[in-house]
Design a protein around this ligand. Structure first.
Ligand SMILES: Nc1ncnc2c1ncn2[C@@H]1O[C@H](COP(=O)(O)OP(=O)(O)OP(=O)(O)O)[C@@H](O)[C@H]1O
Length: 251
């Protein structure tokens, strides 16, 4: 039985500017993301990955085409779609626990509704005991953990992640991959995760799409069971898939 659609993108076109300087990174792009899927979006630099994500978030209105999320048209930002960016965007003037509680607090939800969730996600990302720490007292990886806990604590249906771990070293990144996969498996959220890195996509995704030349150039299922380890680099099927994706990336 097919899962209900999380995101449905139809004939999406985005043009920045006008006249001879106009740029159209996305042209007539179609994409369906089933609910609960972990989708990675790969693509060469400047081919519209972030543009797509901003449209999905409702932060950028398409020039043409439509997007629906869980059957509703996307016309602007919504708490049902949470974003995590590459930049360390957590507010420095809020302690860890207050950062994680920021979304539900801003939505003026009663504390009894969100406090257990906040406590749970602080623990789940490994920050128990650091609730009262300031962001400046944390490492880059720990600040990322705060951002991940915060987006889950806000309980969106769909997570949109734009190269969230790009600035981290390999080991820190692997730790965050494990944490994100655990939280995804526990919560069943739909995730759209943009990355430059084929190996990151193969470590995380159910499915990978390559965006280039305005549309979806490749669309591949990632069939490997989880947890996936560095041993995947030795696997012949994984290597064939990696080579195919790199080919579509023009590498
Ligand atoms: N606000 C903007 N105004 C004008 N042009 C823009 C704007 N945002 C993006 N672009 C252009 O649109 C194209 C796609 O940009 P986008 O950031 O979506 O690509 P990307 O695939 O995410 O790139 P990268 O991998 O380098 O982050 C690029 O040519 C970029 O210069």
């Amino acid at each position: 039985m097919s899962r209900p659609t999380g995101l449905e993108v139809r004939s999406l076109t985005v043009t920045y500017g006008s006249g001879p300087k106009a740029v159209t990174p996305l042209h007539d792009l179609d994409l369906d993301v089933p609910r609960g899927q972990f989708l990675c979006v790969l693509g060469p630099s400047g081919q519209g990955k972030s543009t797509l994500l901003r449209c999905l978030a409702g932060l950028l209105a398409p020039t043409a085409g439509t997007i629906t999320a869980l059957g509703e048209p996307v016309t602007g930002p919504s708490a049902t779609r949470g974003m995590v960016f590459q930049q360390d965007a957590i507010p420095g003037w809020l302690r860890v626990a207050d950062n994680v509680a920021l979304g539900p607090r801003n939505r003026r939800l009663p504390e009894s509704q969100w406090r257990p969730r906040v406590d749970h996600f602080v623990e789940a990302v490994g920050l128990r005991g650091r609730e009262r720490a300031w962001p400046r007292e944390l490492s880059g990886g720990m600040r990322k953990r705060v951002a991940v806990a915060a987006v889950f604590a806000n309980d969106p249906d769909i997570l949109l992640m734009d190269e969230p771990f790009a600035s981290l070293d390999h080991l820190t990144r692997q730790g965050l991959h494990r944490t994100l996969l655990t939280l995804w498996q526990e919560t069943g959220k739909t995730i759209v995760f943009v990355t430059h890195d084929v190996d990151e996509a193969l470590a995380l995704a159910d499915r990978v799409v390559v965006i280039a030349g305005g549309g979806v150039r490749a669309d591949a299922v990632v069939p490997f069971p989880r947890p996936r380890t560095d041993d995947l680099r030795m696997d012949a099927t994984a290597n064939a898939l990696r080579t195919n994706l790199l080919h579509h990336l023009g590498v």
